[in-house]
Design a protein around this ligand. Sequence first.
Ligand code: MG
Length: 342
Amino acid sequence: MFHFGFRRYNLPFRQAVRTAHGVWAEREGLLLRLEDQSGIVSFGEVAPIPWFGTETREESEAVCRELGAEVSAETLAAVPERYGCLRFALASALKSDAAASIVGKKALPVAALLPAGRAALDVIESKAEAGFRTFKWKVGVADIGDELAMLDDLIAKLPSGAKLRLDANGAWDRRKAERWLGCCAERPVEFVEQPCFASASQGADACRRSDELLLGLANDYPTPIGLDESVVSAGDVTRWLELGWSGVFVVKPALLGETAAVIARLEKAKARVVFSSALETAVGAKAALRLAFAYDGEPRALGFGVWPLFRDERFDGPYQAPFIRAQDVLAINEEAVWNALS
Ligand code: MG
């Protein structure tokens, strides 16, 4: 049995995040606290992104209220799968002693986030000087001709040996995706993230056509393609593995529910995985980064170049740097983050 507690949070971002669904100004979520009978305390975070298809904060909060103040491990394990973010939080709290599993990698590189459009050109040099060697640029935001013209200006500013990731967030149709991928073929582009996407709300036919388009593009062009919006749940990851997807999986552990089985499947398939932030607090980030450090596969720059993220910096993870060290992850003080909500 455990003593169970949870606290809700509404944390304004330092800068509002522009998404395909509009402006995201404030992160909503829950922190969970479990205390076992010997007094050992552990924490987890529910950080949903409902427009990605996860539960809402209110939905997971209603489940937490029903769980009550005293719960058994069996009850916690029985939370239904559609509460993927809550299941991730509970699983990471229950397995927090697995922190000892960070042994394989001492440090992992972090990708520097570049602003969309021409503003990226002003930022790239200072990021390179700080030591970043992987850069991520949001595309599909402005006119395609203007963006393609900017691509070479951007590449010219990259330090030698640097990698560039492009993230279209599903903005392109087939013709635009083909034009971009044709251009990337001769350029140092590590991968193109989510060139096209159809959400479930567009219907099953649109989703099937979009999946086929992604598979076709992956076959026709040499630059790898990354799936992000396409792999929101553990079920999505499994489905793409079964389709033989050989591109990149951008994995936001916070959305994946109980991660053990799906991570094992990715490892077995020797999948190329980029572990990424769901813009969670340091509590969820600690659990997600533990998985990244333990992943048995080629280390790739983390999609965790997000901090400082919150107006209240007590909720941020390790500060933005070109590397995150395993010891920085272990040093995250979850209890301090929990107490900051009292
Ligand atoms: Mg993305």
